[in-house]
Structure formats: C-alpha cells, structure tokens
Design a protein around this ligand. Sequence first.
Ligand code: NAP
Length: 310
Amino acid sequence: MGTRRVLVTGCSSGIGLAVAVRLARDELRRFKVVATMRDLERKEALENAAGETLNRTLEIRQLDACSEESIRECVNSLPDRRVDVLVNNAGVGMIGPLECQSVTSMQELFNTNFFGLVRLVKEVLPDMKRRQSGHIVVMSSVMGIQGLLFNDIYAASKFAVEGFCESLAVQAMKFNVRMSLVEPGPVVTEFERKVYEDAEKMDLTGTDEETARIFRQIYLPYSRKVFTSLGQTPEEVAEQTLQLIVAKDPPFRHQTNRLYMPLTALKHADPTGRLPLDAFYKLIFKHDNVFNASLGFFRILQKRMSKRTV
Ligand SMILES: NC(=O)c1ccc[n+]([C@@H]2O[C@H](COP(=O)([O-])OP(=O)(O)OC[C@H]3O[C@@H](n4cnc5c(N)ncnc54)[C@H](OP(=O)(O)O)[C@@H]3O)[C@@H](O)[C@H]2O)c1
C-alpha cells in the first residue's frame, strides 16, 4: 500500500495533536497527515511537536467541525479531495448536575461531538465509496459504552456516535470502507483541565443541596483520583491508534485502557442492566474504601503496563 493521506480533526492539543505527530513521524513513512484545527492561532504547540515533519509529512489546515463550509473547503483543497483515513477526534466535555446546565450548552456539545462527526462523514464517505477504499476512525470513549454519574450529556453524545457508526459500518463494508471506534478511558489532556475548571466555577444553586454535595464532595475528588490512577497519556492513545490504522483487519471497537475493561464488561454480562448500575452505585456511595484501595492497586498496574506497551 502507498502513502495514505490521513485527515485528523482537533489537533491543537491532546489526543488529536499526539495522533497527528505520531503518524507524521512513522518510521516507515506510510502517511501524509493533514492536521486540522478550528483556530489556526492555536497551532504553535502542534508546530513545535511536529518538528522536522512540518510541511513534509504533516501539514496544518483550518477545519471547524461545526461548519459544513469549513469542512468542504478543507477537503476541496486536497489533491483529488482524497482522504484515505479520517480520524474524527474533535470533541468537548461537560460534567455536572443536569439542572445546572442549559439546553443551549447541551446542544452545542452535540453539535461538536455528534454532528461534527456526521458532517465529516457526509463529506468524505461518498468519495471513499466511489474509490472502494477508506478508513474512518472515530475517537469515541468508554463513555460511549457505559454511562457515568454526572456525565449524562457527554455520555449521551458518545452513545450517539457509537450508534451512528454501528449503523453505518455495515453499509461502508459493502464498499470496502472500514470504520473503527477508539474508546479511551481517562486521558490526561486539556480536556480534563477544561472540564474541571468549568466544574469548579459551576453555579450549583440550580440543584438541591444533596446533589450539589454529591457532585462537589464525592464525584469531583473521585474523578480526579481516577484520572491520576487510570489516566493514559495522549501518546499512548496515539500509538494504539496508529496500530489500529495499519492493522490488516482493523477492529470495529478498540478500548485503549485494559484497566477499564472490567467496568465496561459488566454491561455485556447482564442484559437487564442491573449489574453495572448496582456496581457503580456501591462503588461510589457504599464502598469508598474499597474504591480507593482498588485505585491504588490500579495505579501500580498502570505504571507497569505503560512501561511494557510504550
Ligand atoms: N481526555 C479524555 O479523558 C478523553 C477520554 C475519552 C475520549 N476522549 C475524546 O478524545 C477526543 C479528544 O479529546 P482530548 O482529550 O484530546 O481533548 P482536548 O485536548 O481538549 O482536545 C480537543 C480538541 O478538539 C478541538 N475542537 C473542539 N471543538 C472543535 C470544533 N468545532 N472543530 C474542530 N476542533 C474542535 C479542540 O480545539 P480548540 O483548541 O480550538 O478548543 C481541541 O483541539 C474528544 O473527542 C474526546 O471526547 C477524551
């Protein structure tokens, strides 16, 4: 197979930046990377990380996932409009009690996380079908499989992403186009920082005292511990994304964090849905000492595993 052109969205920071740079630095030079971001004024971090690959195997272009016009302009600017691999990564987060979030901000989140994907796929899939080749790789989340307390809207957007891809993947296969969902657990990026900053500032007067207490005193500290204990680096996710792109028979789903798998497995173990609900309830509200001890254990495991895989 010759050099493949890969278009990556949301490359100003985090996973998108790491994926673009990892592909551009591929030792076998298998990729030409079109690293896109909505605001080119934020390109410095990517330029620095790209180093000598800049304008060789990596070029930076503007693309706003919320604008069909901007997506079309970017794809039209590519020779023959050819995108061999789309890495749909752009996304935003949101946490907190439902009553404290406006419907407008929920719609904005869906506009990026879900409709951003839909717009990109609409633009590149017809060409891929015509060429009878292509790979659409979508940065989903473990929260696209299993919902989580105070992540109601974010998880819903990733469930939408998963349902969309699962439905479309069969049609795509008929045209020799592959689809893959990458499902990271916690990854330490700007995403986490932005979400916590918003949470600290959040006006909780719209909810009752007990919910506000659970969010501030239980959820936020637990969630921070989960990130420090189980969190991967964007580079780890990027490495696994590269392996998925070059695989002969790429999987439809790939969870990047093996430590998170027992939690997502509960869902498949019990079709009534009681098992994961009970497990999360007990972990969060009843057995916080067990939860804390397990995180300490996971932290050690994570360190050992990342030494082995990177
Ligand atoms: N971090 C995690 O724990 C985690 C876990 C599972 C899945 N994920 C998923 O991984 C993806 C990347 O997140 P990350 O952790 O790398 O976060 P990040 O560092 O905040 O990066 C998100 C990227 O998306 C971009 N973006 C937001 N809205 C956009 C739009 N309308 N058009 C184009 N780009 C846009 C941001 O650009 P600006 O700089 O302009 O805002 C930024 O480049 C997301 O889809 C997220 O849901 C993250």
